[in-house]
Design a protein. Structure first.
Length: 345
């Protein structure tokens, strides 16, 4: 509940937090959440017990009031609130979206060993929703935006719900030009370095002791893109990762593997292309071809959706500014691809 006396263009609101809510959860240890809110909003905030008094410009006061309400709603779901949570809620409120931040941040995709996987930004939630609603979903964005991780969580969720009978995870081994015969070691040893990130994510979502059985039974398949040729994939959740490193021909080959009862998610970052100079990225070409095709959707994630260390988002944003300033005529994807290799993580 609030009261709202107003004078001289300044609004005063008193927000009463329910007694069932621990104020430390709202304000943060040592009031760190409160300090963050005071830094990011132009409003005076005073707290006494469970009463939060706000004073300032009406628009700013209204935003802080909504922020407190959203934090309370999140706490009621049983989630912990961190400074990252406060920053994300504030960002969504500033963006003036129709979705409630608490609903975005409380959407549970998958739980395993006490850990719950959820979207952490509005674009991530829209991406996850589009995976539910479409047969083919593209997730395009920089490193750390969760595009592959969330797709894999949706795949495991679909398998557990018996919506599909298997999961197929693939990516191009482009760093070796897929000429794997030139590398030393067995075939498994040759391809493992390119597939390791997919295994790592899988271990977060499935009990590790069950993974060998799933792989042996073919319920989960992790393979380089070249292994998809000539197959029709029915009743499967198929993820193509690092799709910026496919050629247009490889992308067409992959998409036409789609069988009945299957779902495809394609992820990639068009700023990190490792293809040889002069080779166009299949991920760039496919958007030109398939935009507007029914049941195919393209989702864009940005530096604002980076969910790794907060500095990663700032680094991605800084590179975006640099690339925009440095943009000039280029042939195909070669020059940009050359630069992107230098900063590839």
């Amino acid at each position: 509940m609030t009261d709202a006396p107003q004078h001289a263009g300044v609004t005063k609101h008193v927000v009463v937090v329910p007694h069932s809510i621990n104020m430390v959860s709202v304000l943060g240890p040592g009031d760190e959440h409160l300090a963050l809110i005071e830094r990011d909003f132009d409003a005076e905030i005073h707290v006494r017990g469970n009463r939060v008094t706000l004073r300032g410009e009406p628009a700013e006061v209204a935003l802080v009031e909504r922020l407190v309400d959203e934090l309370v709603a999140i706490i009621r779901t049983g989630q912990g609130v961190t400074t990252e949570t406060v920053e994300r809620v504030a960002g969504m409120l500033r963006a003036e979206t129709n979705e409630r931040p608490a609903e975005v941040l409380s959407l549970n995709i998958l739980s395993n060993r006490g850990r719950t996987i959820r979207p952490k930004t509005l674009n991530q939630k829209r991406y996850v929703d589009s995976i539910d609603e479409h047969t083919i979903t593209f997730g395009i964005g920089p490193a750390g935006t969760g595009k592959t991780y969330l797709a894999m969580a949706k795949a495991v969720q679909a398998l557990q719900a018996k919506q599909v009978t298997r999961i197929i995870l693939t990516r191009p081994a482009v760093e070796a030009g897929e000429r794997l015969g030139y590398l030393p070691g067995t075939l498994s040893e040759k391809i493992d370095p390119y597939l390791r990130p997919l295994y790592d994510a899988l271990h977060d979502m499935v009990d590790p002791e069950s993974i060998p059985k799933l792989l042996a039974a073919g319920t989960v398949e992790v393979a380089p893109l070249a292994y998809m040729r000539g197959r029709t994939l029915n009743d499967a959740f198929i993820i193509l990762d690092e799709a910026q490193n496919t050629s247009p021909e490889q992308m067409k080959m992959f998409l036409t593997r789609l069988g009945f009862g299957s779902k495809i998610v394609v992820t990639g970052d068009v700023t990190q292309i490792d293809l040889p100079g002069g080779t166009r990225s299949g991920l760039k070409v496919v958007e030109e071809i398939l935009t507007g095709v029914e049941d195919v959707v393209f989702n864009r994630l940005t530096a604002q959706d980076v969910v790794r260390h907060r500095l990663v988002g700032r680094i991605v944003a800084a590179y975006d500014v640099y690339d925009a300033r440095d943009a000039g005529p280029r042939s195909a994807d070669g020059p940009r691809a050359h630069r992107s290799q230098e900063r590839r993580s």
